[in-house]
Design a protein around this ligand. Structure first.
Ligand code: SF4
Ligand code: SF4
Length: 464
């Protein structure tokens, strides 16, 4: 049965009958493509190198899902750093709001991995192997598999496998990943399944799903209507200059006023999301600036000034001046400074070790032959830093007391804790109603110091 046809405008990635409309954009050379290539390849190089970069002995960027730790350029956050992680997340969210209010979808067009890898890696391979958009459409229409298309998928699969490995290195670290990849899948079936699953997702996204990720799946793309205001930077078509559009007709006199747009559709042919920017700001526009490069080349050819399509704002297109200061560009920076400041302040005051008094086991005290009371205490030290620490425990402000410990210093590995039994010799007369308070000072070798108040139980006492 033939499906019914939509009577209204459908997504640019769909045909009127609901089937997929494959977009094969032409490539427009120009100043923005050059700039985007420089940014894109620099980002790819950074993405490939960062897992191997270490700062202070730790990966520069690692969200370790197994140990539940986040390393960011030397700083380490644990799952217990809930407030810090929340502040870090809020800082990123408000920064995204601010950048979008100022520069619109510049991230989508210039820095998003979806655009960077699709436009600068996967699509160039496709153009190289399958030729121009019309040649690719012929291949689409052909019912038998073509050698060049098969080769394209083989290269795509290999690339997806490599990229998925690098991607996973940000979550499990390069050492663990090397174990998974370099050994038989039978030795690490779980790890191998993860690598294969991520590679399959990448292959599906860059090979098949493509621009639909931006249009229907990406939450950032869906939020554009609320993140942008009329002053935000967008890519727009200057209707006042371009309309009424008309194709130039040879040998025919020009009748009436004509705009600068010659209705050549070059801007539509290069659009990777298949839209016509002349219809105004649309959610599908990812700000890739291909239509600017295409139209600039047309304007150069017909001897008209560039920028019929260009970076602008909705207000500017309506003939109003640009304003940098507006509610969003004042509130967001203030909010950002406050949250980022709170984050830095909390980071500076973060506790690196945890110490607490534990209930002691066995008899609370013994009386020594000279009549002195040897009372038992127990403390626990936890090393919450990312390096080995050496701890010393001594008495503070207790000249009549003597501390006896099994050893003088305690070494603790990162994330480890230790329960330490202590004996404090104090005169029998210093107990009041069976209790005596002492102060224990715990220090590590990197400046951490904490004084714990410990109540000793002695003669006539039974509860702490
Ligand atoms: S490329 Fe420029 S001249 Fe050609 S249709 Fe688009 S806006 Fe008009
Ligand atoms: S309308 Fe222009 S800027 Fe927007 S996605 Fe299409 S080509 Fe890129």
């Amino acid at each position: 049965m033939t499906p019914p046809l939509a009577t209204e405008r459908v997504l640019s990635t769909l045909n009127q009958d609901g089937s997929r409309h494959w977009i094969h954009p032409r490539l427009a050379q120009g100043r923005f493509l050059r700039g985007r290539k420089i940014v894109g390849y620099a980002l790819i190089a950074m993405f490939l190198a960062l897992p191997f970069v270490h700062i202070g002995g730790r990966p520069a960027l690692l969200l370790d899902v197994l140990t539940q730790e986040l390393s960011v350029f030397g700083a380490v956050f644990k799952a217990s750093d809930g407030v810090l992680l929340m502040l870090l997340g809020l800082t990123i969210v408000v920064a995204v709001f601010l950048v979008t209010a100022l520069f619109g979808r510049v991230w989508c067009g210039w820095g998003c991995p979806q655009t960077v890898y699709l436009e600068h890696v996967f699509r160039p391979i496709e153009r190289w192997l399958e030729g121009s958009p019309s040649q690719r459409r012929k291949l689409d229409a052909s019912s038998r598999p073509h050698g060049r298309r098969v080769l394209k998928w083989v290269i795509y699969a290999a690339l997806s496998f490599v990229l998925s490995n690098v991607f996973l290195a940000y979550f499990v670290g390069v050492d663990r990943l090397a174990l998974w990849v370099l050994h038989s899948p039978l030795q690490h079936p779980g790890g191998f399944m993860v690598v294969a699953g991520v590679a399959a997702l990448m292959l599906f996204d860059f090979g098949y799903f493509r621009e639909q990720t931006c249009i229907v799946a990406c939450p950032y793309g869906r939020l554009q209507s609320v993140l942008l205001d009329r002053q935000s930077l967008i890519i727009g078509y200057d209707q006042r200059r371009g309309e009424p559009r008309a194709k130039p007709k040879k040998h025919l006199p020009v009748i009436g006023e004509r705009g600068d747009c010659i209705d050549c559709s070059a801007c539509v042919a290069v659009c990777p999301t298949g839209i016509d920017i002349r219809e105004g700001l649309q959610m599908e526009c990812i700000g890739c600036a291909q239509c600017i490069d295409a139209c600039d080349a047309v304007m150069d050819r017909v001897g008209k000034p560039r920028n019929l399509i260009g970076y602008t704002s909705q207000d500017e297109l309506a003939g109003k001046p640009r304003r940098l200061l507006r509610a969003r560009t004042i509130i967001y920076p203030v909010l950002l400074a406050a949250i980022a400041g709170l984050f830095v302040w909390s980071l500076g005051g973060r506790v690196t070790s945890n110490v607490l008094v534990e209930r002691s086991q066995g008899p609370s005290f013994v009386e020594l032959p000279d009549g002195t009371i040897s009372a038992q205490a127990r403390i626990r030290i936890a090393n919450d830093t990312d390096g080995d620490r050496s701890y010393v425990v001594d008495l503070s402000r207790a000249p009549d007391a003597k501390l006896r410990t099994p050893q003088l210093t305690w070494q603790l590995h990162p994330g480890k804790s230790l329960s330490i039994p202590l004996f404090v010799d104090v005169p029998r007369a210093s107990f009041v109603l069976g209790k005596r308070t002492i102060h224990l000072r715990i220090q590590d070798d990197l400046g951490f110091a904490r004084v714990l108040v410990v109540t000793l139980l002695g003669p006539e006492g039974s509860a702490r």
